[in-house]
Design a protein around this ligand. Structure first.
Ligand SMILES: O=P(O)(O)OC[C@H]1O[C@H](OP(=O)(O)OP(=O)(O)O)[C@H](O)[C@@H]1O
Ligand SMILES: O=c1cc[nH]c(=O)[nH]1
Ligand SMILES: [Mg+2]
Length: 209
């Protein structure tokens, strides 16, 4: 199942707290990081490891080490930046690629205004982060960019997904797994997730009037 609804009680509890209408910017930011950290833990559970021998205090000892090239985390600007520190808490050596996309409010289609990828994407796992999967247009566009650069192991973390976005993502990129803290009811006429979180970018950046 490419979209995975993470059932962990901590995840469900924390995403529930994020739905409070009058939540402060501080609290919203903190919870975004906390849920991101927990989703990253789930999404890395099958990372391959290899044995390496290190010099332990008691002599040479075989230990497990994550195999392969360093992961690249891919925040989708702006809102994805809100999840970045949480993910880097558990992947402190990860490299960061950045994709700037903004949804056109009329068409709901993503407009690409920036991208900067790290090298050797064909050898890395990419972990895309964005709090919201609404129509999935932004996520699909980001996956398209990564695949065009040869990336083969692409995973995504979102806080809240709409069923419409889940369907679109699974149909377009069935090889990409996406971990979500919640799958909500539907999208409204403006393309916002219901009940959702509102505009996650505005809440993280404090730009809501
Ligand atoms: O699945 P979609 O229909 O594409 O919608 C989801 C996108 O919309 C939001 O970003 P927004 O365009 O509001 O930009 P922002 O992060 O700068 O606020 C959100 O962070 C996703 O990137
Ligand atoms: O509900 C939504 C949909 C898109 N972007 C958001 O920030 N929230
Ligand atoms: Mg926004």
């Amino acid at each position: 199942m490419p979209v995975i609804d993470v059932k962990h009680p901590l995840v469900k509890h924390k995403v529930g707290l994020m739905r409070e209408a009058d939540i402060s910017t501080k609290k919203f930011r903190e919870l975004t990081q906390e849920v991101a950290r927990l989703l990253a833990y789930e999404a890395t559970a099958d990372f391959p490891t290899e044995k390496v021998t290190i010099e332990c205090w008691s002599g040479p000892t075989a230990v497990d080490q994550i195999a392969g090239k360093k992961v690249t985390v891919v925040p989708i600007l702006r809102a994805g930046l809100g999840m970045l520190d949480g993910v880097l808490d558990i992947l402190p050596n990860a490299k960061v690629s950045v994709v700037g996309l903004a949804r056109d409010h009329e068409t709901l289609k993503p407009v690409n205004y920036f991208d900067r990828f790290v090298g050797q994407l064909d050898e890395r796992t990419a972990l895309i982060i964005d709090p919201m999967l609404a129509t999935a247009g932004s996520m699909i566009a980001t996956i398209d960019l990564l695949k065009a650069r040869g990336c083969k192991d692409i995973r995504a973390l979102v806080l809240v997904a709409a069923p419409e976005g889940v369907k679109a993502l699974e149909a377009t990129h069935p090889d990409v797994r996406c971990w979500t803290a919640a799958i909500d009811s539907h999208l409204n006429a403006q393309g916002y997730i219901i009940p959702g979180l509102g505009d996650a970018g505005d809440k993280i950046f404090g730009t809501k009037e």
